[in-house]
Each structure stands twice: as C-alpha cells, then as structure tokens.
Design a protein. Structure first.
Length: 368
C-alpha cells in the first residue's frame, strides 16, 4: 500500500513544474491557464536508507521500495464548483486521492502570468478552498435532505443511522457555509465512517506547498509568512519547496545530490519533505521484508496489527495468519544480520495482537 497525493492550486503556480521534478514524469508545463486538462499521474519510489542497508546486507536479486503516487490536477479557478474552467471535471479527480498538496505561488516573476493579475498566496489559497467548500456544500445539502426524510420515518436501523448522520452533516454545514473546510470539525473515527461515502473534498488531509524562488528558499519572504499565517488558521502545515531546485535535483544522480543540497543550504530535498509530511498526515509507517530474493518496504497505518500488515502483501497472509517473526531495525543494525540477532534472542515471535512498529523487519507464517 502506498498513498496517492493530489496536487491542487490556481493555474500557473508551479504545480506541473513541481510534479515533473518530483516524479520525472514529463507532464506538460507551460505559461497559460488550463495547461493540464487531464490529471497527470506519476509514481515515485520513496527513498529509505533503512531499506538500502537491508539490501547491502542481504544482497538480494531486487530491491522494491515503497511507492508514493502524485496526481497533478488541473488549475482551479473562481467558479470551478459551478463548472468554470472545466471545474467539475477537475474537482472529481480530487476525490480519488488520499491527501492534498495545495501549491501556492510565493515568488514574483513578471515572465510568469498570474491568473488574477497579482501574487497574493493567501488570497489564492482562499479562492481554491472556497471552490472546494462550495462543491462539498452542494454534495452535503443533497445528502442532508434525504437523511432528514429518512430520520423522520418509523424507527429502524436505517433511520437511527440517518439521525446520527444528520447531526454530523449539520455541524459540517456551518463550516462550509462560512467557506471553511470540513476537516476543521475534527470528527471522530466513527463519525467519519458515517459520512465517508460522500467523498467530501475538504475532509481530506491537506498541507500547503509554498513554491519559492531558489534564491529565497532558505531566507523566505513576505509571501511565505502570509501563507504560514493563513495555514495556521486552517490548522494545516506548510512545506517550502522550489520547483526550480527540484527540477535540477531530478537531473542529478545520487552521488551528486548531497553536494548540491549542501551548496543550496538545504538538508533534504523537497520530495523528502513532501513524503514525510504525507506519511505524517495519513498516519503511515513502513515495515520491511528481507531475503535472498528481495528486500522490500511496505506501507501500513500506525496501529495496524500483524495480520493487517501481512494482508498488505496478500489477503491470504491475513486470512491464514499464524504468527510473525519480528526484529526491530535498530537491533538488526546493531547485530549486523538476522541470524546474529536471533542468536542474541532479539528476534521475537508475535501473535495476532501485535501492533507493528515502524521499521520492523517481519517474516510471516500463515496457513491457507
């Protein structure tokens, strides 16, 4: 299991440039609105030094990293929720994503047209957010009308569920009417499950991506401060990135990347920051399997128990789960091998109730 991150924003804020740099997918990037009409999709291998260490020790035939999928969705404009700029089509693409990276332009450049004439990232973000909220409001109002009728019918499991859902939807409606995202309601897991089938856009986890000029990436500017203040009101985080720097990194091999980042005064690439933020937003973590055939990273949710983690490999592993042999990566690294760790009693046998930890190395036993 990987995760799918949708990239949204106004036209000409650098979405496609960033997408191309992060994925090396070659999506068209041009200086005119609606350059992207259909969503571009790119798969990215998630870099992980722990997987590289397992590969170094096991020397397998292949190494398979975890995957992140980026979806570059066409630029949204004012009126998108009513179909402006092919808005309805574009908004539907967002429903298929797990999280949203909202790109805002934080650079001045007279050679790059701004769809509204002037660079104002907080205003830009508000335009996009309002369109998402309006689309959600339309979806919510239709569902609310149906559920109110159902809730008023004779007592039944369906009417009871409808009553519970009406209470949730009315809370969300207050936010959406005010142009605010549904995620600010901070629903419980059970409440979210009750309305999951609505596919509300503003309920998805979101973070802002401030696209900066390369000479301002470490110093920042007034536009970035405006985005940070706006994001704080939305209870969202901000990842700072330079589309130009990422484009240059994409052209380098691994040996050159570290020197280039150091020269730019950066500790890590924008891709690394985006991946870390996505994992954090969605509550994801990684475990590993390793052997002579392959070393592999698997993505699961924090709190997943051993059978669910096994099911990511194959549903039969979860159905027929017996037990798992488990070794923490730190212990593996300290001992130098699985066998050495086993001889020291560090390889554990865990059952169905074991909660898998980040960087666990797992070997599953199952019967089908």
């Amino acid at each position: 299991m990987g995760f799918k991150c949708g990239i949204v924003g106004l036209p000409n804020v650098g979405k496609s440039t960033i997408f191309n740099a992060l994925t090396s997918a070659g999506a068209e990037a041009a200086n005119f609105p609606f350059c992207t009409k259909d969503p571009n999709v790119g798969m990215v291998n998630i870099p992980d030094s722990r997987l590289a260490e397992l590969t170094r020790v096991y020397k397998p035939k292949r190494e398979i990293p975890a995957i992140m999928q980026f979806v570059d969705i066409a630029g949204l404009v004012k009126g998108a929720s009513q179909g402006e700029g092919l808005g309805n089509q574009f908004l539907s693409h967002i429903r298929e994503t797990d999280a949203v990276m909202h790109v805002v332009r934080c650079f001045e450049d007279v050679n790059v047209t701004h769809v509204e004439g002037t660079v104002n990232p907080a205003h830009d973000a508000e335009v996009v957010n309002l369109e998402l909220a309006l689309r959600d409001l339309d979806t919510l109002d239709k569902k609310l009308t149906k559920d109110k009728k159902l809730a008023g019918m004779a007592a039944s499991p369906d009417s009871k569920e409808a009553k519970a859902r009406v209470a949730i939807l009315e809370r969300l409606k207050v936010l959406l009417d005010d142009g605010k995202p549904a995620r600010l309601a901070e629903l419980t897991g059970d409440e979210t499950d009750l309305i999951r089938d609505l596919g509300l856009l503003t309920l998805k986890p979101m973070f802002y991506c401030a696209n900066m000029r390369e000479d301002e990436i470490t110093t920042g500017n007034a536009h970035l401060e405006a985005v940070k203040a706006f994001a704080a009101e939305q209870k969202c985080d901000v990842v700072v990135i330079s589309g130009k720097i990422e484009s240059e990194i994409a052209e380098l091999d691994a040996s050159e990347k570290a020197d280039f980042l150091k020269e730019m005064g950066l500790e890590e690439s924008g891709l690394d920051r985006v991946i870390r933020k996505g994992f954090s937003l969605l509550g994801l973590q990684t475990y590993f399997t390793a052997g002579e055939q392959e070393t592999r990273a698997w993505t699961i949710h924090k709190g997943d128990k051993a059978p669910a983690a096994a099911g990511v490999i194959h549903s039969d592993f979860e159905k027929g789960f017996i037990r798992a042999e488990t070794l923490g990566f730190a212990d593996f690294q300290k001992c130098g091998s699985w066998q050495a760790a086993k001889e020291k009693g560090l390889v554990r046998t865990e059952g169905k109730e074991y909660v898998v930890q980040d960087a666990d190395i797992m070997h599953f036993l199952f019967n089908v």
